[in-house]
Design a protein around this ligand. Sequence first.
Ligand code: 13P
Length: 342
Amino acid sequence: MKKNTKLYETVAALMAPGKGILAADESDATAGKRLAMVHLPNEPENRQDFREMLFAAQGIEEYISGVIMYDSSIKNFTDDGVPFPDVLTAKGIVPGIKVDLGTVDLYGFKGEVVSQGLDNLAGRLAEYYDLGARFAKWRAVITIDEDELPTDAAITMNCVILARYAQIAQAAGIVPIVEPEVIYAGDHNLAKAELVTTRTLQILFQTLMTYRVDLEGLILKSSMVLAGDMCSEQSTSEQIANATLRTFRLSVPHEVGGIVFLSGGQTPKRSTQNLNEIAKLGQQPWPITFSFSRAIEEPVLLAWQGKPENVPEAQKTLLYVAKMNSLATQGKYDAAADTVLK
Ligand code: 13P
């Protein structure tokens, strides 16, 4: 199959050393939950103000290589009428777009879900490409529950759908980020998370290869391997880093363009600290960086509080958080000296 080298250029830009991806791709409903943290109503104007503050922050391009948006935000403008993707492109940041349309129950498999959004995906991607998007994200959800979940059937169904999405994206000249999120919530231990993540990624890459997805033109977005948030036995960053890299070595082919992490509900500090510990384990076959949403946005939201006079302070916070994560990708983050991230 003819290779599309444009995809590799996008992958290289996204995985540039010392940079990572800002996942600002909350659906309108989820954006409402973020705004509620600072007691703001979920109105389009507040969503716009928050995104504009993030994207317009001076100097973020030093640490941020790409930004994932949502359908309503990729079509949104600044107060001065500049389309959001153009704000990013002007800074050399690659615009991206979340294209799954959320999850629905997988009939016959209690507690398991499948992501939807394949219908007319090619048409939607063509529109997003015209708006400036050069990469996309599709999130699948894998839930751990006792000994029963996840089932191989649910993992496989999600992986086939991820593979079909990746094919359609690559055909459109758009780099697919494939994201099988193994959910952190629960009381499972670290060993269980490692087992499930390894199994999921093995099925995922087997499926991607079966469907001839070009792995060099693709990025994996993964959870870190973590004991569930309700597990009584929590792990050190070092244990998490070792379990995560063991998982990748057993399941991620070396050709894969890069691996990025979601924060998954960990605190901003833990997310950064764990990323740092992973980087400290040295060079891996793939470039590895962050693609955090909550771990980047929460400190910024708290600094902002929805007040125009706080915008400079909030943007300063964004730069700080991005810089700390950039340092973490190089194993140079000093958690003890950091009094800002919580
Ligand atoms: P979090 O970093 O908040 O987990 O979000 C990342 C993401 O893109 C989830 O799909």
